[in-house]
Design a protein around this ligand. Sequence first.
Ligand code: NAD
Length: 450
Amino acid sequence: MSDRYIDFANSSFGHRLVGALGLPTPVRLERWQAGRLRPVDGALLLGGGPLVQPVHAFAHKLTEQIYSYGAASAPGTPWIPGHGPKVRAVVFDASDLTSNEQLKQLREFFQPLMKNLDASAHVVILGRDPHSLGDPFAASTQRALEGFSRSLAKELRSGGVLQLIYVGEGAEDQLEGALRFFLSPKSAFVSGQVIRLNACATQVQDWTRPLAGRKALVTGAARGIGASIAETLARDGAEVILLDVPQAKNDLEALAARLGGQSITLDICAEDAATQLIEHLPDGLDILVHNAGITRDKTLANMTPEFWDAVLAVNLNAPQVLTKALLDNGTLHDNARVILLASISGIAGNRGQTNYAASKAGLIGLAEAWAPSLHERGISINAVAPGFIETQMTAHIPFGLREAGRRMSSLGQGGLPQDVAEAVAWLAQPGTGAFTGQALRVCGQSVLGA
Ligand SMILES: NC(=O)c1ccc[n+]([C@@H]2O[C@H](COP(=O)([O-])OP(=O)(O)OC[C@H]3O[C@@H](n4cnc5c(N)ncnc54)[C@H](O)[C@@H]3O)[C@@H](O)[C@H]2O)c1
């Protein structure tokens, strides 16, 4: 469903009117277009500590325009505030900050930049996970980066987004994959996130087809976010298998045919769903995306047992039962990627959604709890928590609530299915095994549960 307010606010008359009324003007976000090669379309600015060196080693693959600011020894053409070009992407390494005094380097680096950022700028701050540091003061300094990052993300204008990545020991060689996502329009609707990247044995071989040779199953793939995930995984080279309920057969088969994939019509809550699924997957699976989900909203006072049971069965029980069956049977290969579609409702809670929020929080808990044992087989399991995404599911929300859902984020708009799909595709990559047991929000830095 289209967001008419964005269209209006970006028209010449609308822009003047909303400006005069002091209303927010959400911009049209830049999205990744098929066929594009360079993650950063413009100037990339590097600054800060020692992690700038490994980033500089692959920066030429991200963009042709590499600048440095701050330390005289930083690689790249020196960037001069007011004279250098507008900056499209920024990486600042704060990993060596260990005292309160050093935190002022953040202000000194970012202040001149704030008026020199291009539209849809992508900013990444690098740090070290406070839990990995023995010195409590150094840990506190690194934790301070969270407050700084989340606040600065809220100050960015014109579609700018910002993330903090805590880089674990040995995870430096996974930075290229992470920055290809977080510095590019693929992460247009991700902001204010804290990401923990750890060492991972597997790597992407070909960045034009990072999922080549991988088999991916997407549930609920006939429409909405699931359809977009299937398209994006296929774009990235995966062989896709699309699953949905028998009623969605026509749409499902048409999409599967267009993507050169297979389709499976199956209710994931059917008693024999696991057996049927295993029969359909004789060659095993590398990527499992539990996207199928339903809402049956009512306040708890009015919640029927049927509404409660249906939501818990589809959203939480089926992903648990099916993942376990695919693991026990050996269908899920070593180094597989499991991605669970949660929701910010599962983080913040939402009136009228006790059943839905319980199911989505349960998925986040499942990823957290299962990650350590699955890691032994190189398997990662993560939740993706979308905020307000423009789909048939959200088109059914009453107008007032729908508008509130759209505007209550730093980007002042809803996301598109593609935004969630890009996050899933990044998590599905071989090198992203370094990221596990976490919940990645794709919510435009929604104020809910922030
Ligand atoms: N749209 C949003 O704003 C939003 C926000 C947060 C989370 N999510 C989550 O993202 C996922 C996709 O959402 P969407 O908006 O695309 O929903 P949607 O309703 O448009 O699509 C869901 C798909 O799942 C399928 N499905 C439902 N029950 C099934 C079952 N028992 N077996 C097999 N398939 C089944 C449906 O047929 C449908 O094709 C859901 O898990 C949803 O909870 C969506």
